[in-house]
Write a protein that binds this ligand. Structure first.
Ligand code: GBH
Length: 497
């Protein structure tokens, strides 16, 4: 009887409690050394696309050429205007109480021609001052060298489809280490190579808009992996001994649950992991592409009558060169999927999807955001952290992105709060219960910002930005206040043990 009343009460609480239901949320403290933070990227927040000597990048070019590439016809010319409002941004970070801030450098702001022969001092000063101010406020910068904004000049030479781009990237990375390396201890070489290859070179929904889903995606990945490894080696041989920082790559992945307990679904899940994460993580941590990719793409290429695999090959020297080139694992994780085996797709036309095989969908019980791909499956983060830890054994993991979107931009963003609370709870359990060495978390995003193909229609920020006002006024959402409290108490519930 009492139990019955208790469970009714629990259900009522879950339904009506404004404080978001806490029963499933871990009530342990985050260790003092754990770093909370927030994440952004240059093209998505800076604006000032042609000010103070900045050169043109492929996103500037692509959207100036055709406004139809975004849902609202808008671009990043002004964005959050963080190029001018950076002091205010730092102030918000300080009030939030974060220990770290992840942002990216705009290649063409630092090197307007793309090449290191011309260094744009005003652009350099912008980042130097930002970094200095962050550090004065006790905020450790995590600096992404490349978050998808390739200088247009290299795009015109073939972008990530040609091997030379990895040399240009190497030169640019060297300049970054030279200019900022005294102050920066955490470097990210490339943000989410899978995204930029899949959507920029595969489906064409992002710059440069190419639709080479059967081969270009693999070439792009190949060249980005080489670029990443070159930057890591530059740091390792030329800078590490003086600067003592860490250089890692940020990879995005989801957690997949099998649609049934059949062997076929289990294999579909494995392919989801190998094609989705192993494609990049295997070369970097274990050496070379996953065998299942080499085999499947190789076999299907033969069936298609090709004389060689659509998956490029690394030489043995390259395998060794790339292996071991990440001092920490940056993990972007947003969502979960159900995965179901399907009969193999026809080989023609060749696609990444066919190579991978399997259908993905969201479980109907998972809360949905305003983007189809993003539902809330918080347990997936704990599972994925364990998977990454067991398989790749990285020395350190940082969750570099995780976040929730809506289209209203409401300040009463309870859904975002529940999302973060669930994911952070699972991160905490991975850390304290499972012993995964996850040292930090930078949520996406500090601000509502330019959400690539969605323009400004999708709002990922914990701080609202008024894009109708020239001032780009920033206003805290409920989630920002909630996060501030979590950071201050190091606890996700009212009372931690
Ligand atoms: C991150 O990518 C990016 O690093 C960041 O810049 C971005 O703002 C943030 O996510 C929020 O989107 O439309 O079904 O074809 C997250 C990984 C890559 C997942 C693109 C969704 C499109 C899927 N995302 N992908 S779909």
């Amino acid at each position: 009887m009492l139990r019955g009343i208790f469970s009714i009460l629990t259900v009522l609480l879950a339904a009506f409690c404004p404080c978001s239901f806490q029963a499933d949320i871990a009530d342990k403290y985050f260790p003092q050394s754990f770093r909370f933070g927030a994440s952004t990227a240059a093209y998505q927040i800076e604006g000032a696309w042609n000010e103070d000597g900045k050169g043109e990048n492929m996103w500037d070019h692509w959207l100036h050429e055709n406004a139809g590439h975004t849902d609202d016809g808008l671009n990043g010319d002004v964005a959050c205007d963080s190029y001018h409002k950076w002091q205010e941004d730092v102030q918000h970070l300080k009030e939030l109480g974060v220990q770290t801030y992840r942002f990216s450098l705009s290649w063409s702001r630092i090197l307007p021609t793309g090449y290191p022969d011309t260094i744009n001092q005003l652009g350099v000063d912008y980042y130097l001052t930002l970094i200095k101010t962050l550090k004065e406020n006790g905020i450790e910068p995590i600096v992404t060298i490349y978050h998808w904004d390739l200088p247009e000049v290299f795009n015109e030479q073939g972008g990530w489809l040609v091997p030379e781009v990895s040399d240009h990237y190497e030169s640019y990375a060297r300049v970054c280490f030279q200019l900022f390396g005294e102050q920066v201890k955490y470097w990210v070489t490339v943000n989410e190579p899978k995204s930029t290859c899949m959507w920029g070179y595969g489906t064409g929904i992002q710059a440069p808009g190419l639709t080479l889903i059967g081969d270009g995606v693999y070439t792009c990945a190949h060249n980005i992996l080489l670029a990443h490894a070159k930057a890591w080696h530059v740091y390792d041989t030329e800078f590490r001994s003086q600067q003592g920082g860490k250089v890692g790559i940020v990879l995005d992945h989801t957690w997949s649950e099998p649609a049934s307990n059949s062997q076929q679904d289990a294999e579909a899940v494995e392919r989801e992991n190998e094609f989705g994460l192993g494609w990049y993580a295997n070369p970097v941590y274990l050496g070379n592409y996953p065998q299942v990719m080499i085999d499947r793409i190789g076999n299907r290429s033969v069936q298609e009558g090709l004389s060689q695999s659509r998956l490029p090959q690394f030489t043995d020297t390259q395998v060794e060169f790339i292996k071991g080139t990440s001092d920490f694992f940056g993990l972007n994780m947003y969502t979960g999927y159900m995965v179901q085996y399907t009969d193999d797709y026809q080989a023609n036309p060749p696609t990444y999807w066919g190579d991978k095989g399997g259908n993905t969908y969201s479980d109907p019980s998972w809360p949905k955001s305003s983007l189809d791909w993003l539902t809330s499956y918080p347990e997936g983060l704990r599972k994925l952290l364990n998977y990454v830890n067991d398989k790749y054994k990285p020395p350190e993991i940082i969750v570099t992105e995780n976040g929730w979107t809506d289209v209203t931009g409401t300040l009463d963003d309870d859904d975002r709060v529940s999302y973060y609370q669930g994911y952070l709870s699972n991160l905490l359990l991975a850390l304290v219960e499972d012993g995964v060495n996850v040292t930090g978390y930078t949520l996406w995003s500090l601000l509502d910002n330019f959400e690539w193909g969605s323009g400004y229609t999708q709002k990922f920020g914990i701080i609202h930005v008024d894009f109708n006002s020239p001032n780009r006024t920033r206003t805290w959402k409920k989630s920002a206040k909630w996060y501030q409290n979590v950071i201050a108490t190091r606890c996700l519930v009212d009372q931690c043990q």
